[in-house]
Design a protein around this ligand. Structure first.
Ligand SMILES: [Zn+2]
Length: 330
């Protein structure tokens, strides 16, 4: 394998040396000086004898923290250079890297490799307060798919929700239904749902898409009702071999959503063979993250990983300066 991935060189010292990794990561995490993760004070810490360990100098705090306190790497005994390597590999290419490859390449245990890749996925989660997709004049495509061995799956009649008047309906296989929303030319947001029924899909669309948007879907009946809440709802009928229709307002299709699913499925097949259902939402976060920082939007592999490292904080913090007003930041 080449040591060069667009914008990054895996021979660089911070991928092999924990001291270099610490310097690299701190520069990204704390561009304005170290921030105490306990009290939020900036640039007021004592350096201890142990590299990467600090003691807050604020009188009322005086707590210890490290380079990784408050991040997804917190309290891990795995070297920081290995962590950075995994962050970069998972950000590179469309498919990322599996924990098996991490184990082989870094010589760590399978358990450690699995732990690291899932922690990186945690960092990739967009967070619940993200702005809605779309807006006036923008198109948001919605589509649903099923992940898993669909060939083996039997459509089955299943109970839906207790007390639901719908009663029961067909679901496919082991319920690995995925709904994705893709703003055309923009961001994606994907959800693992117990069942892609009208109520579930409508709720996701209403909560995540700006009402001024134009909704593009396939001919599924799932979207007819919720579509009325939006500036326009246009669909193409795949069952009649209609994939793109040209309207005065622009082409109608859901190719962006379908291409998202095709990248996801190819990736999951090649790299992630053993994905448990309870972790599926994390894999979706990972594919969303790479989609949302894709090369087409002007982000290269190095920038994609740096952005992620800069946001690797595990908690929200209230930042404050030693002298001055309180300042809230994520
Ligand atoms: Zn402090």
């Amino acid at each position: 394998m080449s040591h060069y991935i667009a914008g990054m060189n895996l021979q660089q010292p911070h991928f092999h040396d924990d001291d270099a990794a610490r310097v690299y990561f701190e520069r990204i995490r704390w561009p304005d000086g170290r921030v105490c993760p306990h009290c939020g004070v900036i640039g007021a810490e004592y350096v201890t004898k142990r590299p990467g360990r600090y003691r807050c100098a604020a009188k009322e705090c005086r707590k210890d923290f490290s380079t990784t306190t408050g991040t997804v790497m917190e309290q891990s005994h795995i070297g920081l250079s290995k962590w950075l390597w995994v962050f970069y590999q998972m950000c590179a290419s469309k498919k990322g890297i599996s924990s098996h490859q991490v184990r082989r390449s870094l010589g760590v245990s399978m358990k450690a490799a699995w732990f690291m890749t899932h922690r990186v996925r945690e960092a990739m989660k967009a967070g619940g307060l993200a702005a809605p997709l779309g807006g006036a004049g923008k198109v948001v495509e919605v589509d649903e798919t099923y992940h898993g061995k669909i060939s083996e799956a039997q459509p089955r009649y299943s109970k839906v929700r207790r007390g639901s008047s719908i009663g029961s309906r067909y679901t496919i296989g082991d319920k690995r239904a995925i709904v994705t929303l893709v703003e055309r030319g923009g961001q994606s947001r994907s959800f693992h749902v117990a069942s892609a029924d009208m109520a579930t899909v409508s709720k996701i669309v209403r909560e995540n898409v700006d009402r001024e948007s134009r909704l593009h879907t396939d001919g599924s009946k799932l979207y007819v009702k919720v579509g009325k809440d939006f500036a326009a709802h246009e669909s193409v009928d795949h069952s009649k071999e209609e994939y793109v229709r040209y309207e005065p307002t622009g082409p109608v299709h859901n190719n962006s959503a379908e291409s998202y699913f095709s990248v996801f499925k190819r990736g999951m097949k090649g790299v992630y063979q053993h994905c448990q259902e309870k972790h599926l939402h994390r894999y979706l976060a990972e594919f969303d993250y790479r989609h949302n920082t894709r090369t087409k939007l002007g982000v290269d592999d190095k920038q994609r990983a740096d952005l992620l490292l800069a946001g690797a904080e595990g908690k929200r913090l209230t930042y404050r300066r030693t002298h001055g007003k309180e300042q809230h930041a994520r």
